[in-house]
Design a protein around this ligand. Structure first.
Ligand code: G3P
Ligand code: MG
Length: 246
């Protein structure tokens, strides 16, 4: 059978490398991912930085809120050693840095705006400007759990693809997504039941569940014809896809 499910490396190759670092993204590409997913927030002085949590405590050797630290302060933090001492020296990347690298790869890129808890002013326009700077319009998907933010993006840059992030089993979410200008569904794995995959396909809207790490889940979603998956283990997903395709 031919399997067309795209593989997005969730925060990079997060299973084997410190999440949202350059080494995690570079490894994802080496392992054959089709795309990467990352999370973006703003430093105190308005620099878009790539980090998942609103605080730096879990994934660096520092402590405090991203929004309260300047870019210079964030750059002093080590974002690798918490995962394993061999990754000491990894930094919190800027979005600029990641996009400059992505431009010269074939990767797709899903930029998740992490503005569900901290309302970062102007984050949407800042991200859009960088997408344009690196001419990634055709390779980018912008997503957020904050759907007001997606509406803003659609108003500012209607040519860019946006995707709704959600956790629950919404009823026919493609209607709602279209209503707010979005064209893809990024749902929590349990919501990606076979009926949903089938109906989303029929509605012409890509369904891309997160985070799909177990072999049996990767395999069944691929066989069900899911448009894409987000996984911490891109190499595993790549191997499964190859096996299914034979
Ligand atoms: O974008 C998919 C996924 O990353 C959403 O959840 O918490 O891992 O950012 P989270
Ligand atoms: Mg994310």
């Amino acid at each position: 059978m031919s399997v067309n499910t795209l593989i997005f490396a969730h925060r990079g190759a997060k299973g084997t490398h410190p999440e949202n670092t350059m080494i995690a993204f570079q490894t994802a590409e080496q392992q054959g991912a089709d795309g990467i997913e990352l999370d973006v927030q703003l430093s105190k002085d308005g620099v878009p930085v790539v980090i998942h949590d609103e605080t730096v405590d879990r994934t660096t050797n520092g402590s405090g809120w991203v929004k309260d630290m300047t870019y210079q302060e964030l750059q002093t933090l080590d974002a690798g050693s918490w995962f394993d001492p061999s990754f000491t020296g990894q930094r919190i990347p800027t979005l600029n840095e990641v996009l400059a690298w992505v431009r010269d790869t074939p990767l797709l890129i899903n930029i998740e705006l992490k503005n569900g808890i901290v309302p970062y002013p102007n984050l949407e326009q800042i991200v859009i400007d960088l997408v344009h700077r690196y001419q990634l319009e055709k390779r980018v998907i912008l997503s957020s759990f904050n759907h007001y933010s997606l509406v803003d993006i659609h108003r500012l840059a209607p040519h860019l693809e946006t995707a709704i992030l959600y956790m629950e089993g919404l009823y026919e979410p493609w209607h709602y997504a279209r209503r707010i200008g979005a064209s893809a569904l990024h749902c929590y794995l349990p919501a990606a039941v076979p009926k949903m995959i089938e109906e989303a396909k029929r509605a012409g809207m890509p369904l891309r569940p997160f985070t799909v790490n177990r072999e049996e889940d990767i395999s069944s979603l691929m066989q069900a014809g899911c448009a894409a998956i987000f996984t911490d283990w891109p190499e595993r997903a790549r191997n499964i896809r190859q096996t299914l395709s034979h």
